[in-house]
Design a protein around this ligand. Structure first.
Ligand code: PLP
Length: 434
């Protein structure tokens, strides 16, 4: 090539949740039956969409308009409906102009970071949801900047660590939070959210709050939407239907934008996101048409309540199993559908193994574990020995060693088997060389 054609940040584009799939697939070729615990797709794990939601979508499919392009920012009626939902919460009062649709939040995140000035950094949580951390790192060409979530304190953000990092790094222009959080299942109370907003206000930075799991909160905890407490600080909340209808294949998500009128720089930045969307014409039409019909249906709240109860039951069930295991820490999830298991410091070493019967599989795993992080080593052994595919915590921009499981398996027997098998393997693995 006459000139180097590589983007400076491409090396930061990593997504362990999918990368582990390649390894699992190779093991499948060696005859291992895989239990997929890596990805947050409720449909893949057997969840069925209620009949009445399918009926609404089927009706829409029969209308020609749902096959057409729609407005770049999204269908006006749908944006008006969503703005009204924001307004009903109290707090920030939105209009349809404050809502912008994307082809899923994956697309929104790519644009949010892709159109941010290269030198402007956004600090995010560690462990991090990889789409955010990779996109931010790739945009800047440097490692993602993070603040700690503390497993000893229910995975709450370490606000002192956050403030120090913001204070002493004036390239930080934005603060990202995920509430409820992936991969920890943490839900932030009002006091924490208010402190984060206050910090953004004091340091003149904007907020990005990923709220894709906002309606999956359980175990009696309460939280708020960013719109309810943002006051006059510029910011945005990320929403979608992937996890909530749930319809991940719809590729439909949107951002709620707050206070674009009060800060001209922020307004121009928001304009750049909309212009970028304009080049693509628009986002997926059919799911946008479905949103007011589904979310505005009297059955929708009950649908959300049923799901909350299901995830609460599974969160407690998982916690019961893992909290009894020596050598790890687990925090009971309060939202979303994940739980992170953290190994106690220095408990892992390079001699620990799990028994693997098949010589080919054993050889494959032994080759794979050369020079990998200690938690990835456990994850590969677990995969080879049992076929259970979880994601190592170090894949979430995190130095703590552990892994993430999902609460998505709908088959009660299989779910229990999965957790009990993992729990047994943790004990066996630690004891194998201690
Ligand atoms: C926190 C968070 N944000 C965004 C997404 C992606 O959402 P979408 O399907 O809308 O791209 C996920 C998917 O797992 C997620 O966990």
């Amino acid at each position: 090539m006459r000139i180097n054609i590589e983007h400076v940040g491409w090396g930061h584009l990593t997504y362990e949740i999918r990368e582990i799939v390649t390894v699992a697939q190779e093991l499948m070729n060696l005859g291992v039956a895989i239990t997929w615990e890596n990805i947050g797709d409720p449909i893949l794990k057997g969840e069925r969409i209620p009949r009445w939601i399918k009926d609404i979508i089927a009706q829409l499919v029969s209308q020609d308009k749902t096959y057409a392009y729609v407005a770049t920012q999204g269908i006006l009626e749908t944006r008006e409906f969503l703005a009204e939902q924001v307004n009903q919460r109290g707090g920030y009062q939105a209009t349809a102009d404050d809502i912008v649709f994307f082809n899923g939040l994956g697309d929104a995140v790519a644009k949010i970071f892709g159109f941010l000035k290269r030198e402007a950094r956004v600090i995010g949580p560690s462990p991090a949801y990889s789409t955010h951390s990779s996109a931010e790192a790739a945009h800047s060409g440097y490692d993602h900047l993070t603040y700690d979530l503390d497993p000893e304190n229910k995975w709450m953000p370490d606000l002192e660590d956050l403030e120090n990092k913001v204070k002493y790094n004036d390239s930080i222009a934005g603060l990202l939070l995920i509430n409820p959080d992936n991969p920890t299942g943490a839900v932030y109370p009002r006091s924490v959210l208010e402190k984060m907003v206050d910090l953004a206000r004091r340091y003149d930075i904007f907020l990005i709050c990923d709220e894709i799991y906002a309606n999956i909160v359980y175990n009696g905890v309460e939280t708020l939407h960013l719109s309810e407490i943002i006051g006059e600080v510029p910011g945005m909340a990320l929403q979608g239907i992937s996890k909530e209808f749930p319809w991940p294949g719809s590729r439909c998500g949107w951002i709620e934008i707050f206070n674009q009128g009060t800060n001209s720089e922020f307004k121009r930045y928001v304009r750049s996101l909309i212009n970028a969307k304009m080049l693509e014409v628009c986002s997926t039409s059919l799911p946008q048409y479905s949103i007011p019909l589904v979310m505005g249906d009297p059955r929708y709240q009950e649908h959300l309540n049923i799901r909350r109860k299901i995830f609460e039951y599974r969160a407690n069930e998982a916690w019961e199993v893992f909290s009894k295991v020596e050598g790890i820490n687990v925090v009971k999830p309060q939202g979303a559908f994940y739980m992170s298991v953290v190994f106690k410091d220095d408990i892992l070493n390079e001699k620990q193994t799990l028994p693997i019967e098949s010589p080919e599989v054993k050889e494959f795993v032994e080759k794979r574990v050369e020079c990998v992080e200690a938690d990835k080593r456990f994850v590969y052994y677990l995969l080879g020995a049992t076929g259970i595919c979880v994601v190592p915590l170090t894949g979430f921009c995190c130095t703590r060693k552990g892994f993430r499981v999902t609460l998505l398996e709908t088959d009660d027997k299989k779910r229990k088997w999965t957790w009990e098998t993992i729990a047994g393997c943790i004990e066996e693995y630690i004891a194998s060389a201690w």
